[in-house]
Design a binder for this molecule. Structure first.
Ligand code: AMP
Ligand code: MG
Length: 488
């Protein structure tokens, strides 16, 4: 186990030329305090839980001091935002402190989000508010527990320093961990500046560290692009299967490692609604739930374009050409598993018809699938707990009869299928209203117990946890008024 003083820093990104970033120190905040932390994420750095109580660590993760070996920088990138190219973005409020090498040999970049202004802040204040920090912390760790690739969140440090959004709020910093925070936009910025060498050097850096199997290929770039597309397809399959809506799928929020990156106005589906738009500011519904796989495909074409200086246009388009099939296959496999069916035969039809039933009847997606785990496939079974969720009982009965017949024909054992399905159909997700309760308590009463309770609950999303039954319920009426925007 490491102490703060014994952490080993590597800082690979900071050793790249300064074209990719600006050296900048975090701006201190007064009287920082720990709001919550993730023991699992802490373990990625080999840090003992006892370190979390040390003032030195809080000061460091508040941006008030650097540890020996850290090399603080803000990364440059550009990106397509809502379809339009924005030539200059970059870490406007995130500062990379350094990269820790753990005992297992993994490199984890340690980044503070909300650490103050950087050369890329444009008009922003470089800060994050407690509210959005709690959402990012909880969702990062919840996604990881769901088995979905994501950046991690180590902790939240708060400060009473005021931050002005629609109202006055207080500041917080999320310590994020990831092998790399390089985005599609990290390549785009140089493409649109007509700078080929930095594109190549960044590609070489990413391949060397994160796609090491490719580094000995005579021409690694097409395969690199292909693998990014494949990882993105897998990620989209996971988002769609769990019912996660990102909200701001701009190319600057697309990870080159296929991680879920930058939690802003995200949302999980409650009632199944394909057109769900979680971002209140996305009036055109560009990033609606059912658009995500296509948006990711479009974003990949923007990455491909940025890599065209390293390959021909034909090669680039070939490299990303498999995306639709790979996404389709990955999505069907995940949905098949959620329905306890094989990924073939009449499964696609059964799944799509079920989703249509859910959409037409506005049935809660997560609750339906969790109850489906206990489906009784005997011919005379009514499956009342499931049936009760659907207003159009006749439509449910018709679908249920087809599903039951398919299961019987497969010789599927109800008990075995139930156990397997419970491992892929979470009982607990980070519903907006759950986050909202935790946020209210933290912001109004300095009571972080609900944040911690939710965090602990969501690290075991597939377990029954009967004492938390209420957290698995449909949202209360007041939840309809929650609006989540880009303001964070
Ligand atoms: P997002 O779409 O939320 O990932 O943010 C888009 C860009 O705006 C990124 O470059 C952020 O770093 C930047 N940004 C967002 N909020 C702030 C802020 N409060 N201060 C400075 N930059 C910000
Ligand atoms: Mg972003």
């Amino acid at each position: 186990m490491a102490t703060l003083e014994s952490l080993t820093f590597d800082n690979g990104f900071a050793r790249l030329p300064e074209a990719y970033y600006s050296r900048v120190c975090p701006t201190p905040v007064p009287d920082p305090y720990l709001v919550c932390y993730s023991p699992e994420a802490l373990a990625l750095l080999d840090l003992d839980a006892g370190e979390m109580t040390r003032p030195e660590l809080i000061e460091t993760l508040a941006g008030n001091q650097l540890l020996p070996g850290m090399d603080a920088i803000a990364a440059l990138y550009a990106g397509h935002q809502f379809g339009h190219y924005v030539p200059q973005l970059g870490d406007g409020r995130a500062i990379l402190l350094g990269e820790v090498k753990n005992a297992a040999g993994e490199g984890w970049e340690v980044q503070l989000k909300g650490a103050g202004r950087t050369p890329y802040s444009r008009g922003g204040d470089g800060r994050a508010v407690l509210r959005s920090s709690i959402r990012e912390f909880l969702c990062s760790e919840a996604m990881h527990a769901l088995g979905i690739p994501t950046t991690r969140a180590l902790c939240i440090v708060g400060s009473d320093r005021p931050v002005y959004r629609e109202d006055e709020e207080t500041a917080a910093l999320v310590t994020r961990l990831a092998p790399s925070f390089v985005r599609f936009g990290s390549f785009e910025v140089f493409y649109y500046r007509n700078q080929v060498e930095p594109i190549k050097q960044l590609a070489d850096y990413v391949i060397e560290r994160y796609y090491p199997d490719l580094k000995n290929l005579a021409d690694p770039y097409p395969e690199f692009l292909r693998q990014v597309a494949l990882r993105t397809a897998e990620l989209m399959a996971q988002w769609q299967a769990v019912g996660f809506s990102h909200g701001v799928m701009n190319t600057d929020n697309m990870s080159i490692l296929g991680l879920t990156l930058d939690y802003g106005p995200f949302g999980f589906l409650d009632a199944f609604d394909p057109g769900y738009v979680c971002n209140h500011s996305d009036t055109g519904g560009r990033y609606a739930f059912d658009q995500q796989p296509d948006v990711a495909a479009w974003n990949i074409t923007k990455l491909a374009q940025a890599l065209v200086p390293l390959m021909s246009v034909e090669t680039a388009s070939q490299a990303i050409g498999e995306y639709p099939q790979v996404f389709g296959k990955a999505y069907l496999e995940r949905m098949a598993a959620k329905f306890g069916l094989p990924a073939g035969g009449e499964t696609a039809g059964l799944v799509m018809d079920a989703l249509q039933l859910l959409a037409q009847n506005r049935v809660d997606y997560t609750i339906f699938l969790r109850r489906l785990c206990d489906f009784d496939s005997r011919p005379d079974a009514t499956n009342a707990p499931l049936r009760d969720l659907v207003i159009d009982r006749a439509a449910f009965d018709a679908w249920g009869a087809r599903y039951a017949a398919a299961l019987r024909q497969l010789g599927s054992s109800d008990a075995e299928r139930a156990a397997a399905m419970r491992r892929v159909n979470p009982k607990y997700i980070l519903r907006n209203h759950l986050a909202e309760v935790a946020i209210r308590r933290a912001a109004d009463e300095r009571d972080y117990s609900e944040v911690n309770r939710l965090h602990a609950l969501l690290t075991r999303p597939f377990d029954e946890q009967p004492e938390y039954e209420a957290y698995a319920a449909e949202p209360p009426d007041w939840a309809r008024k929650i609006e989540v925007s880009c303001s964070s």
